[in-house]
Design a protein around this ligand. Structure first.
Ligand code: NAD
Length: 479
């Protein structure tokens, strides 16, 4: 089987080792072998990016637009093929995989436009005859470290703005899903970028990721992943005075009020909690439901879950694909056992399912009668597991929604404008959803959270430039 290589300094190079990319819907299906790099290859990638960066920083907005537009166009044209690869390596369903590739395409198109919209400010000085302008300049070489659950959208929403604003990039994707990252790198290799401006290093985070994060020539690290690794990266960047942007976990609440439309609430809860196998940082995992609608909501959720098909991500009839790997499946099962032992009622699901091929299939689990202090309501599970917490009033629901160390998304289902408006103002989260799933965001507006979910400037939309640029203020006196 051919081994897919690393991309360093404009060349495809082998690593000392390689690893198979395994399909979680069928572990006998090996997608391809991917090279794993080592520390000195990270050094080479940073050196290549450092030497080519001035050329790219001096490029015109038109050149940057052309590169990003080329990548966006190809992603959109190949959405079905690359979406199939994505679903095969990560396990989300085919429509979800294709949708994610399309989103990556639109992200590149959006940031192609942002390259043209990088305007500054000109003001009159407080001193006579002096003018002051402020412009945004690239920060230098950006290190990009991404997780496995959005193998192409997250790389896209970091690589596209980095390049749009004139930075060079060293990209380290999650070692579990190198296929989509490699395909994106291959398109970038033909996009017209000068050699060395974009580099791909694949390998273990604790080894090569660490070297990248600690490298003195890296100006900033943008990371999405777990809170544990995020904390280590923030500390390393702090020590070395690097810019840092972290997007981490969630424990997102969905409040369902008595006056909610029951069908809408169930649809929103099922979508938000279980689609993409619940492996989304924005997934709803705490369903906070007021008294009068509680029993009807529980019955409707159980009925709806009974109609959901779990299976091979590429099969047409599948609603929910497999869990990404054995260790995530073990983690999900451990949380399910902990919910039961702490006294929550497992109303449905939670068992490992057998399918035609060997894979990591888990029936979506719903807990009822859960209490806020239980581990299943405090810690991020990152699987198809959600729990219902029963409350008396809207005020109690809001308090419980905010009672978490995380603050990524927060949702409410209600027909009351008064409650929706109040919730919007008082939810302690970076993103609020009203009668919509907590997961599922647009590509042209800011993305990010509060508290332990995020650290540093927002990603995406016009806010992305805060991380990828630095401001220079110039005072001019006409001589
Ligand atoms: P992870 O933290 O284990 O790994 C993320 C990336 O960091 C991987 O590329 C990994 O190789 C690398 N890494 C690991 N150790 C490192 C180190 N010491 N130095 C540098 N890099 C290192 O996360 P994961 O398991 O891939 O992804 C799941 C997590 O990602 C969940 O907690 C989820 O909530 C979070 N996530 C957050 C968002 C968001 O936007 N908030 C989006 C998606 C996923």
């Amino acid at each position: 089987m051919e081994t897919k290589k690393l991309y360093i300094g404009g060349e495809w190079v082998d690593g000392p080792l390689s690893k198979p990319n395994i399909n979680p819907s069928n572990t006998a299906d090996i997608i391809a072998e991917y090279a794993c790099g080592q520390a000195d290859q990270v050094q080479q990638a940073v050196a290549a990016a450092t030497s080519s960066w001035p050329t790219w920083a001096a490029s015109t907005p038109q050149q940057r637009f052309n590169v990003l537009d080329f990548v966006g166009t190809e992603l959109l044209q190949r959405a079905e093929e690359l979406g199939t690869l994505l679903s095969r390596e990560e396990g989300k369903t085919l429509p979800e995989g294709i949708g994610e590739v399309q989103r990556a395409g639109y992200l590149f198109k959006f940031f192609a436009g942002e390259a043209l919209r990088n305007s500054g400010e000109l003001v009159q000085s407080v001193r006579p005859g002096v003018w002051v302008d402020s412009v945004r300049e690239p920060i230098g070489v950006v290190g990009i470290v991404t997780p496995w659950n959005f193998p192409i959208a997250i790389p896209a929403w970091k690589i596209a703005p980095a390049l749009a604003f004139g930075n060079a990039v060293v990209f380290k994707p999650a070692e579990l899903v190198p296929g989509s990252a490699w395909a994106l790198a291959e398109i970038l290799s033909r996009s017209g970028l000068p050699k060395g401006v974009f580099n791909l290093v694949i390998g273990k985070g604790s080894q090569i990721g660490k070297v990248l994060v600690e490298h003195p020539d890296i100006a900033g690290i943008t990371f999405t992943g777990s809170i544990e690794v995020g904390g280590q990266i923030a500390a390393a960047c702090g020590r070395n005075m690097k810019k840092v942007q972290l997007e981490m976990g969630g424990k997102n609440p969905l409040v369902v009020l008595d006056d909610a439309d029951l069908d809408v609430a169930v649809q929103v809860a099922i979508q938000g909690s279980y689609f993409s196998t619940g492996q989304r940082c924005t997934a709803s995992s705490r369903l906070i439901v007021t008294e009068k609608i509680h029993n009807a909501f529980v019955s409707a959720m159980i009925e709806k879950l009974g109609t959901i098909t779990v299976g091979d991500a590429l099969k047409k009839e599948t609603h929910i694909g497999p869990v990404v790997d054995q260790s995530q499946l073990d983690k999900d099962l451990e949380y399910i056992r902990s919910g039961v032992s702490e006294g929550a009622r497992l109303a449905c699901g939670g068992e490992v399912l057998k399918r035609d091929a060997p894979g990591y299939f888990l029936a979506p689990a719903l807990f009822t009668d859960s209490r806020p202090e239980m581990r299943i309501n405090r810690e991020e599970i990152f699987g198809p597991v959600a729990s219902i917490i029963r409350v008396k009033t809207y005020e109690e629901a809001l308090e419980m929604a905010n009672d978490t160390p995380f603050g990524l998304t927060s949702g409410i289902c209600t027909k009351s404008l008064k409650h929706a408006q109040h919730f919007k103002q008082h939810a302690q989260a970076g993103m609020v959803m009203i009668n919509l799933p907590t997961a599922g965001v647009d590509y042209h507006v800011p993305f990010g959270g509060r508290k332990a979910s995020s650290y540093g400037p927002r990603e995406q939309g016009s806010y992305a430039k805060e991380f990828y640029t630095t401001v220079k203020t110039t005072y001019t006196m006409a001589g």
